[in-house]
Design a protein around this ligand. Structure first.
Ligand code: COA
Length: 525
């Protein structure tokens, strides 16, 4: 390859003059950058630190991989305007867990992190870069929302920020929001529209209106924590997927989210579990009513016993999370206590969508007695929420593998990807059972119906016959619910020794691929 030559004379006067002029401009730039790094000024920085909080650049430094570069974008936005240099946000591209991500960090020292017209432009440019280059977007949120005196310039165009967040998600570009403090009104929609949300305990305040506005609007007197604290959002509203104990923990959790984007990850996992597979024989009771923690199973099935649980404080009767088997990333849905409530169903649907966004296969560990019944739950929309989960399972495009490790009753069987929902493979443990409901319940229902029919006709109900009927029905349903009976009818792909679960799932995962299909068959001409 030819090598270029140079005629430049670095000792000449022209060169010296050019260089001096350039250095002068660089000094100007450095001074503008210093202004930007100075955020809202010493007073506000000192106050922020005194509150035990980190500045946006400190947060970014803890978020990105150690000693990795950070490409800051538009650092002197708003220079030459009446707004503070840098606007009220830091944006850039950093490497998180080996994955290049766009990072947007509000600067709460600049007018409470309120969004001015230049913050808006800067944020929108960052979002555009995420979209065009398919980079995950991580928002480090702490903002007073719109810069109120400037609302006319930002309110209407500002809607695009939320539009773009949802469009990133729709394009399967992951979005993460870590909330460190105030996120009112519009700010609340940033976590609201992100795929993964992490709220810092006792610090995050996420509501459409703060206590004073609520008081004015509805007369209700309420405190920040009840209205929009991390604990409330993690356990009740479901807006927070994770509670972080402090800011550093929040950044650690954000890193773990990126680690679980799966499709973006290149690192191979394959370590053996840290616990003995032999233990799997003694975890479920022969009596299916005795609950057991599926994490005990996962600890003996997943690579290195590593499991990043998703949304652990919400819908706790269903455990969801990310791990790997024989180096294949998987999402896991496992029943903890038998019943599925509305929160569990909603969490399942969200988790299935996340797995689809990242193309991660799903493992369903069934141990469910079905969706919760009763007036409270009917009124709370249990049918609607169960349908949401079943819809998500039915239309999910990633490979599903199901193992019935205990009970699989009622519509819980459908929601947890039973045979009719066409998991690529379905295996059953020898102790497991499956039926429309438990034998006693089924016999009891038949008995009540028969009793009511007799009463309606004015006949005396034959108690002796009822006892016999119940005994026969219970016995029949008990037999028909058993693993061998069901396997005999090909309702599964086999009854497996629990100790083989990891090997069986590992082999299946090696086979299932990504589920990509050709659009048409091969035509013969
Ligand atoms: N618009 C314009 N200025 C704002 C602002 C906003 N949304 N939020 C805060 N500021 C200004 C404050 O007036 C203050 O200015 P000053 O220092 O010149 O007096 C400065 O930013 C810092 O605010 P302060 O309240 O002292 O900071 P804080 O860290 O204690 O609290 C907030 C920050 C964001 C929690 C608090 O200011 C707040 O609740 N703001 C209003 C939030 C809101 O309801 N926004 C509606 C969005 S649609």
């Amino acid at each position: 390859m030819p090598i270029l030559t140079s005629t430049l004379d670095p000792r000449g006067a022209v060169y010296a003059e050019n260089r001096a002029a350039m250095l002068e401009r660089l000094t100007d730039l450095e001074s503008a950058l210093r202004q930007a790094r100075g955020g809202g000024g010493d007073k506000y920085i000192a106050r922020h630190h005194a509150r035990g909080k980190l500045l946006p650049r400190e947060r970014i430094e803890l978020l990105v991989d150690r000693d990795s570069p950070f490409l800051e974008l538009c650092p002197v936005a708003a220079w030459g305007t009446d707004y503070p240099v840098g606007a009220s946000v830091v944006t850039g591209i950093g490497i998180v867990e080996g994955v290049p991500c766009v990072i947007v960090a509000n600067d709460p020292t600049v007018r409470g992190g309120a969004v001015n017209p230049f913050s808006l432009k800067k944020t929108q440019r960052a979002s555009q870069i995420a979209r065009e280059n398919r980079l995950p977007l991580i928002n480090l949120v702490e903002s007073g929302g719109a810069d109120l005196p400037q609302q006319a310039e930002i309110f209407i165009p500002g809607g695009a920020a939320f539009r773009d967040l949802t469009r990133l998600s729709a394009a399967a570009i992951p979005t993460v929001a870590v909330v460190f403090g105030n996120a009112t009104a519009g700010g609340a929609y940033v976590p609201g529209m992100s795929d993964y949300t992490i709220f810092v305990r006792d610090r995050a305040k996420v509501f459409l209106a703060g206590p004073p506005l609520v008081k004015m609007a509805t007369g209700e007197t309420v405190d920040d924590e009840t209205l929009g604290g991390a604990a409330m959002h993690a356990t009740r509203s479901g807006l927070a997927d994770f509670i972080a104990e402090d800011e550093r923990d929040g950044l650690r959790l954000a890193r773990s989210c990126v680690r679980n984007f799966g499709h973006l990850l290149t690192r191979a996992y394959g370590a053996e579990p840290k616990f003995d597979a032999d233990d799997l024989l003694g975890i479920p009771s022969a009596d299916l009513r005795v609950p057991f923690d599926p994490r005990e199973i996962l600890a003996r099935v997943l690579d290195g016993s590593e499991f990043d649980e998703f949304k652990p404080a919400y819908g706790a009767a269903l455990c969801t999370g990310w791990g790997a088997i024989h180096g294949h990333r998987v999402g896991v849905l496992a029943n903890v206590r038998g019943v599925l409530f509305s929160a569990e169903a909603q969490k399942a649907a969200q988790f299935i969508q996340l797995a689809n966004a990242s193309g991660t296969p799903l493992i369903f560990l069934q141990n469910t007695t079905g969706y919760m019944v009763g007036s409270e739950y009917e009124q709370g929309g249990i049918i609607k929420h169960g349908a949401l989960m079943i819809n998500a399972v039915a239309n999910s495009r990633v490979p599903h593998l199901t193992v019935n490790i205990g009970a699989s009753y009622g519509a819980g069987n459908y929601g947890m990807c039973g045979r009719a929902f066409e998991p690529r493979f379905l295996f059953t443990w020898p102790n497991a059972k499956s039926a429309v409901m438990g034998p006693q319940q089924l016999a009891g229902v038949l008995s009540i119906v028969a009793r009511q029919a007799a009463e309606a006709k004015g006949h005396a109900y034959d108690e002796e016959q009822d006892r016999t009927m119940r005994f026969m029905v219970e016995h029949k349903v008990e037999q028909e619910s058993a693993a061998l009976f069901l396997s005999g009818r090909l309702y599964d792909d086999g009854v497996i020794d629990p100790r083989d679960t990891r090997t069986v799932l590992g082999m299946c995962l090696a086979l299932v691929g990504t589920g990509e299909h050709a659009q048409f068959g091969v035509f013969r001409h």
